[in-house]
Design a protein around this ligand. Structure first.
Ligand code: SF4
Length: 323
């Protein structure tokens, strides 16, 4: 039986006349990753407009992101009004009901990360004083510490390939001198907050590094973005890890280009192959489109089948229902 989409309807594997006429709206990092992971999944999600309902993980992600966004916007306002940094970070947070269940470790680690950035901002300020800046060190440090942008949109109306705009939002743009693990004194770091556990290095080429390349490229080419991008990074507050992408990487750009071209092919199902893989059927989880896809991954006789106990304690994967 087909899963129900967020509108309550079963998955529909057809492309509407309107989509055929207008085409895809934009290219984003999540669309590129979805296409590379499985073109059929991309087709069903974006060309056929089957949106999966939200989950605990998407709610958690948006609430934690909102908490950090509020923090930075309130920090900028506080410094504008008071001319100094706040003593307490808790006062800068809003809507505590949104994030209180992730106070430890996410929000606590995020605050410590901001304290680390403050220490680096003070180091940079001391250098400036030696170079002749006669302001007080904490006053100089504020210039380094405050974000240069929060939820900044990057947009390319004339992208490197294809004819639909590229777009994305940087969670925060930080002065490079204040980002631990980035060895640059000038320029900015595009930073994305990640709300799950730190990505395993073996998945980073198709994961965070690919996202980083897309974001760096997007903001580098966006003429309205007035800063030099020297690094792109993801911060995982759950584990207090900062992962800096090896940037720029021109091979990774070629992967992005071929994905963007692939997703803009004529929207016929045969142009979007399905790619059987562990994400089709893992433990007691399934791809949202599994029941509407020919994939037999995990089924008895199919690839990925095993007899080990699943997370739900079953010892053989469930039979695939009729689509
Ligand atoms: S079930 Fe597997 S092959 Fe089918 S759409 Fe999902 S990821 Fe792709």
């Amino acid at each position: 039986m087909s899963n129900l989409t967020d509108s309550g309807d079963p998955i529909d594997p057809t492309v509407s006349d309107e989509m055929r006429e207008n085409g895809l709206e934009h290219v984003s990092k999540s669309r590129i990753k979805k296409y590379l992971n499985c073109p059929r999944k991309f087709y069903l999600a974006y060309w056929c407009e089957n949106r999966s309902p939200g989950s605990f993980h998407t709610t958690k992600g948006s609430r934690i992101h909102r908490a950090y966004e509020d923090f930075h916007l309130n920090l900028i306002e506080f410094v504008e009004e008071n001319g100094e940094r706040p003593d307490r970070f808790a006062d800068l947070m809003e809507n505590w009901r949104d994030y209180h269940q992730w106070l430890t470790p996410h929000v606590e680690n995020f605050w410590m990360f901001e304290e680390d950035r403050w220490d680096l901002a003070m180091d940079a300020a001391r250098h400036d004083k030696l170079d002749g800046d006669d302001r007080a060190t904490p006053e100089i440090a504020l210039d380094y510490w405050l974000p240069l942008g929060v939820e900044v949109e990057g947009r390319l109306e004339e992208p490197p390939t294809g004819d639909i705009p590229w777009m994305g939002y940087a969670d925060v743009v930080l002065h490079a001198a204040t980002v631990p693990g980035v060895d640059e004194d000038e320029g900015v770091v595009i930073l994305d907050y990640k709300t799950g556990k730190t990505e395993d290095p073996k998945y980073r080429d198709e994961g965070i590094y690919l996202e980083g390349e897309f974001y760096g490229w997007l903001f580098e080419e966006d003429e309205s973005f007035d800063h030099k991008v020297v690094a792109v990074a993801g911060y995982y507050p759950q584990n207090d890890d900062l992962v800096v992408s090896p940037y720029p990487d021109y091979e990774r750009r070629n992967v992005i280009l071929s994905a963007v071209e692939g997703m803009q092919q004529a929207p016929e199902i045969e142009n979007f192959d399905y790619e059987e893989q562990p994400l089709c059927h893992y433990g007691d989880g399934r791809c949202f489109f599994y029941n509407d896809c020919p994939s037999t991954w995990g089924l008895n006789g199919g690839a990925g089948y095993h007899n080990d106990a699943e997370k739900d304690q079953s010892v053989t994967p469930a039979q695939k229902p009729e689509a």
